[in-house]
Write a protein that binds this ligand. Structure first.
Ligand SMILES: CC(C)(COP(=O)(O)OP(=O)(O)OC[C@H]1O[C@@H](n2cnc3c(N)ncnc32)[C@H](O)[C@@H]1OP(=O)(O)O)[C@@H](O)C(=O)NCCC(=O)NCCS
Length: 234
């Protein structure tokens, strides 16, 4: 299916709301006002994929700048995701407010689209707060164990939880924290796993800021492959 990947604009809110409603329940879904506020505050960090013929939204990713300390000290997802001006200008990390998709190729397209901009803008890593949708069933079979243990459980070398495995395969390989009461998500018993992925090649951060964006964009397939094959560094 031909699709278009681009930064989001306020005019996209209606299409994004339709996508939001297909993948999140009414306690979880963002409102139109939430989406518009994110787009206006972080226009270079709000990305969407649209079916070129119908205009239907296929995937969206909303991010914001954040410090690692803020991610770790935040009580819950809402605390991390709040749309706010950043007071420090030395921050090189992002927080993934939400990823929503009905088409796996569109998620690949979002990351391929973003990595060149991430290098050009000097971003080094992205934190995410992920649900752990396998936790409730696992807890029933292992009543004396904990979410922290489940979050680190591996099967065949990969995270046992399907969503953590999904993110692992997208390059989000570092486990940072396990947070109770993180967001309303019954299958995760409301726990969230805070994970981190490095922007590929961001070790040479200063260098990349001087490389013209079109050159970086030619590398986007390579960047996507690099992030998938990178090793977890903690
Ligand atoms: C997570 C999400 C973005 C992945 O979208 P996608 O790239 O289009 O991929 P799919 O939905 O086809 O999932 C791909 C695989 O990931 C795994 N997976 C991802 N999320 C999962 C979940 N919540 N529960 C179970 N499996 C999950 C599955 O193994 C799935 O494999 P399948 O093809 O056998 O079903 C999408 O499912 C979504 O929007 N979910 C709701 C919102 C959400 O949880 N967002 C992430 C938290 S911010």
């Amino acid at each position: 299916m031909p699709f278009e990947t681009r930064f989001l604009e306020p005019k996209d809110v209606e299409a994004l709301l339709a996508l939001e409603r297909t993948k999140w329940d009414r306690h979880q879904a963002a409102t139109g006002a939430d989406l518009e506020a994110r787009i206006r505050m972080y226009p270079q960090l709000s990305i969407g994929v649209f079916d070129s013929s119908s205009g239907v939204a296929l995937a969206s990713l909303f991010m914001k700048p954040i410090s690692g300390d803020r991610v770790c000290s935040a009580a819950d997802w809402a605390d991390c995701a709040r749309v706010e001006e950043l007071s420090e200008d030395t921050v090189h990390s992002l927080f993934g407010i939400s990823l929503t998709s009905v088409d796996a190729d569109s998620v690949t397209a979002i990351f391929e689209f973003f990595w060149p901009y991430a290098l050009n803008q000097g971003w080094r890593d992205i934190y995410l707060g992920s649900p752990m949708p396998g936790f409730r069933a696992w807890k029933q079979a292992n009543p004396s164990s904990t979410a922290e243990v489940y979050m680190r459980e591996r099967r065949h070398g990969l995270p046992r939880d399907p969503q953590l495995r999904y993110y692992y395969n997208k390059g989000f390989k570092e486990i940072v924290a396990c947070k109770p009461g993180y967001f309303p998500h019954p299958a995760s018993l409301d726990y969230g796993a805070v994970i981190r992925g490095r922007v590929p090649l961001s070790g040479g951060a200063l260098l990349w800021r001087h490389v013209p964006l079109p050159w970086l964009q030619r590398l986007r397939h390579l960047l996507f492959r690099l992030v998938r094959t990178s090793r977890a560094s903690s």
